[in-house]
Write a protein that binds this ligand. Structure first.
Ligand SMILES: NC(=O)c1ccc[n+]([C@@H]2O[C@H](COP(=O)([O-])OP(=O)(O)OC[C@H]3O[C@@H](n4cnc5c(N)ncnc54)[C@H](O)[C@@H]3O)[C@@H](O)[C@H]2O)c1
Length: 254
């Protein structure tokens, strides 16, 4: 399977490192970024090719990893799907707008391709998806990050947001992928709290789900990417695991 990358930042860097160490079950070959130097840097690690326009890679790849921005989901993922290529969306916040999501689903269906949204920086999605078969009474997500990861400076713990995921995504589009993923997995609106906490040095997500299955509680405490502290290493790992699973015959816990 030949794969292209749209957006050559922190997540793409980790994925490409895996590829360069021979730890990826697919071939990462094409790179596109509006910052060409970034694309060139990654391409050089795996003898890949840089394209000047996303469209230039589409006839050569089976799948594109979007690791750019929510805006790219809206503007560029349709181009990928129209070419009949599968796509892994990392900027999951971009899918929370129902108009955008439905349009992408329609395009994927029409062109017989798939949109994958990996679990990203949170654990417990397997449980939420199963729980959503019954009635879910409550899903709450508390995201706690160092202020710098939220793009602010503060000396004391500060609640930046408390409310619905769909509203949070408008205010923190680059920090709310986890809320978007949980909300879509649950198939319903969820309650979100975002806290800037100078006492922590990890990106932390505490999830509580109560439904007619019972209840569960998870805590994910993520190391941050050195290239982009907003992003957790686990997010890149989840994309790599998903990529590798595309070639596996036994799928556990999906
Ligand atoms: N699903 C999750 O749990 C999760 C976790 C972390 C990050 N993310 C999301 O994944 C995406 C990538 O994260 P990252 O940390 O690698 O980001 P990053 O900022 O390190 O890299 C993004 C790269 O994409 C490029 N880019 C942005 N918009 C573009 C466009 N329209 N066309 C071409 N290139 C474009 C930028 O130049 C940059 O090099 C972000 O949207 C981020 O919010 C998701």
């Amino acid at each position: 399977m030949i794969v292209g990358i749209l957006g050559c930042g922190a997540i793409a860097n980790i994925i490409t490192n895996f590829a360069s160490e021979g730890k990826l079950g697919v071939e990462i070959k094409y790179f596109y970024d509006r910052d060409m130097e970034r694309a060139e840097n990654l391409a050089s690690q795996v003898d890949g090719r840089v394209v000047l326009d996303l469209k230039d890679m589409l006839s050569h790849v089976d799948l594109v990893i979007e690791a750019a921005s929510p805006k790219a989901v809206e503007e560029m993922v349709p181009i990928i799907l129209k070419e009949g290529k599968d796509v892994i969306v990392m900027s999951v916040g971009g899918l929370l707008n129902p108009k955008i999501r439905l349009n992408l689903e329609k395009l994927a269906k029409k062109n017989n391709c798939k949109i994958y949204a990996p679990s990203g920086a949170i654990v417990g999605l397997d449980g939420i998806k199963a729980a959503s078969l019954g009635k879910i009474q409550r899903v709450t997500l508390v995201t706690r990050k160092p202020p710098r990861s939220l793009g602010i400076t503060t000396e004391k713990e500060t609640i930046l947001y408390q409310g619905k995921a769909t509203e949070a995504v408008k205010k923190f589009p680059l920090n709310i992928n986890v809320a978007a993923t949980v909300s879509m997995a649950a198939g319903q609106e969820i309650e979100v709290k975002i806290i800037a906490d100078p006492q922590v040095d990890r990106n932390m997500h505490e999830l509580e789900v109560v439904g007619d299955f019972g209840e569960f509680h998870t805590m994910t405490s993520n190391l941050r990417c050195s290239m982009n502290p907003k992003t957790s290493v686990m997010a890149a790992y989840s994309a790599i695991k998903l990529l590798n699973s595309l070639n596996e015959n036994l799928l556990i816990g999906t």
